[in-house]
Design a protein around this ligand. Sequence first.
Ligand SMILES: NC(=O)c1ccc[n+]([C@@H]2O[C@H](COP(=O)([O-])OP(=O)(O)OC[C@H]3O[C@@H](n4cnc5c(N)ncnc54)[C@H](O)[C@@H]3O)[C@@H](O)[C@H]2O)c1
Ligand SMILES: [Zn+2]
Length: 548
Amino acid sequence: MDVILVGLPGSGKSAVGRRLAHRHGATFVDLDDAIETAAGRTVPEIFAERGEPAFRALEREAIAGLGPADPGAPVRRVVATGGGAVVNPRNRWQLYRGRLPIWLDARPEVLAQRLRRSPNVRPLIAGRDPMGTIRGLAHDRERFYAAAHRLNGAAELSTLVERVDELLARADARTSTTLLRGTSLDGQLVIGEGIAAEAIGTALRAARARRAILVSEPGAWEAAGAAIGAALVDDGWPVERILLPQGESAKRMSVIEEAARQLAALRAERGEPLVAIGGGALGDAAGFLAASWLRGVPLIQVPTTLVAQIDSSIGGKTGVDLPEGKNLVGAFHPPAAIVIDIALLRSLPERQRRAALGEAVKMAALGDEALFALLEADGEAVARGDVAAFDSGAVGEIVERTAWAKVEVVEADEHEQAAAAGRIRLNLGHSLGHAVEAAGGFGELLHGEAVAYGLRGAVRLGQALEVTPPKLATRVEALLTSLGLATTPLPYRLPAVLEALAADKKHADGSLRWVLPSAEGPVVRSDVPPELVERVAASLLAGSEAAA
Ligand SMILES: NC(=O)c1ccc[n+]([C@@H]2O[C@H](COP(=O)([O-])OP(=O)(O)OC[C@H]3O[C@@H](n4cnc5c(N)ncnc54)[C@H](O)[C@@H]3O)[C@@H](O)[C@H]2O)c1
Ligand SMILES: [Zn+2]
């Protein structure tokens, strides 16, 4: 077993690491030292001469150099990491998976004081306002450190060493990896592999629940819910189960009524959380149930599809459909906790994983360069569900980057009131996307597949309006093509697509607001000429290419 120490500069990783290694007869590895030896320069010199990106590249190599994790009980290595190493999701995956990660947490005041006394100056802390810098770093990195086991870094060395031993005693049985622990709209958000039951237990305890009321549907229950329920029972939780219909048919008023009556039969009380286990349709319906039962009870979202993990479980939108349209009745009801377990994606049909990447491409096109590059490199393997894509951390990284990008957008604009900068940007690709989805009767294209067509439409519109740089438009289309998304013209009639657009327009106060990518991020335009919309819509349809 390797012990990995993470935390801000000054948190005592080297001192604690040396002591731990000595106690266990293990090797102590200081990653920064390893980098300095490899580069023949000090860390400040590398920063000054080659810049931070070069340092991060060396850091990735040093982490890869650790090799595979050793699952045996004896501690073989204690590794102190540089403070910023865990910002990169792939580094974190490598460092945390199969090892025992420990976060030495300490208040910024303590860190600043220690650093003032330290002989070697850290490049990122060397500026004029070290306290401000430390606070900033603490805020930006907390969700990465918090995925590790938290210990108070200000405690005595001997106490810390004892605490680590206690964790080690429990560590050999652990097969789960927590990748990130943050907050979204004040609820906890956890991402990891094999974490579902444990993290649900934590969320239930935080809500002072006396039992676990699981809301699921037959497909998600078989793929994920049954095992989670059994693990909760093993942990001593009384478990109740309510099954809604599978797929979009969960999102009906009559289903909510029926489920609410089951809650009445269970005498579910105010404050008792509901645990939604399933994809986006289940989550929307169970979320609406939680929003309206007794005027609102806590909701724990356990998304089991890629759509739900990167999109629908985040942001607090819940609701059901009417014959007149999708999502017409609903409520904002942010979850108390979101538990994202990427292991659940292994059983997902390939078509669903691939379609969900349409939404990931959208987030990238909104201006996330790291996500863009990641999808270009690993998107296809993730879509296929390659074992290697799970093991390398590619799936985890795509889920984390996309989910967190959505967290940041909704945090800035919870109730969808801001203009260009706000939540409306998430509608990129959705005007034409909805229109083609509707033209197919909502049964032919998966939502993400429709969004992929919508994204092609948006960058074509944007380019024609000279909003989207041609290079960006080409890059978005090439990425969609490489992911096998929106590659064939659709067999729908243009008037059907335009009619659906007009219906959306009616719900949007008479004018469609087009979100278009630009070099500086998304812009919103309501003045797109109808002839242009028509021409671009036609370019997505079979037999209409001539019109484009
Ligand atoms: N609230 C929001 O912000 C938001 C955002 C995007 C989409 N949505 C909604 O999400 C829905 C689409 O999401 P979805 O595709 O996840 O829907 P879904 O819940 O219908 O799941 C799709 C299918 O996958 C199956 N499934 C679930 N988990 C599985 C697993 N781990 N392994 C194998 N199969 C599994 C389900 O049984 C179902 O048949 C739509 O209703 C859409 O409106 C909501
Ligand atoms: Zn969408």
